[in-house]
Ligand binder design. Structure first.
Ligand code: MN
Length: 244
């Protein structure tokens, strides 16, 4: 249940009590709530459109925020304003973008749908301190008794883990999407793509992660204990990326 709007009474109740009542009880109370006829998300979209078209930029931030809460994404709002620019004029689009980019700035980068995902992307990686850049972990299976874990790891472009070893154990990576790197110490880095499988032996120092302009995803089947070492330097990562 949406919480009751009281902005009218709070801001105009004393000076314009009827207007405040119509705003809070009729517009937001009765009209906006008719979601069985038109969803809150769609109501937000048409309201945002009307505000931009009429140049009501003072009201726009509240409705962009409301639209976000009603399920509109930054990508959709950006596309809507781009579309609207042809109908309402370039300056209005500019003004709208300047307000919208702040409201949607914290939005997670969309994960591309062509990763061939087997599993959920999961949550921001709890081992993030041992990574450069942003990654996500979905724990598929964990068995303490036999010391086995299966996790789905998704890397944003440029994200990679630190150099590490799998101590008294091993790791099998099964690449499920995107494009990344795998490198063992003293060896050339190799490109990984969907369907590639990597076996890392006990104690071998290595790292894995995304290419700088590509998302990357692999399932990691791991035994033993991961021992985390230093981050992969920009010098090493950058030299791969420049093809050097
Ligand atoms: Mn590893």
């Amino acid at each position: 249940m949406r919480k009751k709007v009281t902005a009218g009474r709070e801001q105009l109740g004393a000076f314009a009590p009827k207007f405040a009542e119509l705003n809070d009880d009729v517009l937001f109370g009765q009209v906006w709530s008719r979601e069985e006829v038109l969803s809150a998300r769609d109501r937000s979209l048409i309201t945002i459109t009307a505000l931009i078209a009429s140049g009501a930029f003072e009201q726009l931030p509240v409705h962009l925020q409301r639209g976000k809460e009603n399920g509109l994404t930054g990508k959709e709002v950006s596309e809507s304003i781009t579309h609207l620019s042809f109908y309402v004029g370039w300056p209005k689009a500019w003004s709208a973008f300047m307000l919208a980019k702040d409201i949607f700035k914290d939005e997670e980068m969309d994960i591309p749908q062509d990763l061939g995902t087997l599993f959920d992307t999961g949550e921001p990686n709890p081992y993030g301190e041992f990574f450069t850049g942003k990654s996500y972990l979905y724990p598929v299976q964990f068995d303490k008794e036999i010391g086995l874990s299966i996790g789905n790891v998704t890397f944003e472009p440029g994200a990679r883990n630190n150099w590490h070893i799998h101590d008294v154990g091993y790791q099998i990576l099964i690449v499920t999407g995107g494009e990344g790197w795998y490198q063992e110490e003293g060896k050339e880095a190799q490109t990984l793509r969907k369907g590639d499988v990597i076996l890392t032996q006990d104690g071998v120092k290595h790292w894995h992660g995304a290419k700088s302009d590509q998302w990357f995803e692999h399932v990691a089947i791991t035994t033993g204990q991961a021992k985390w070492l230093e981050p992969v330097s920009e010098a090493i990562y950058g030299s791969l990326e420049s093809g050097g």
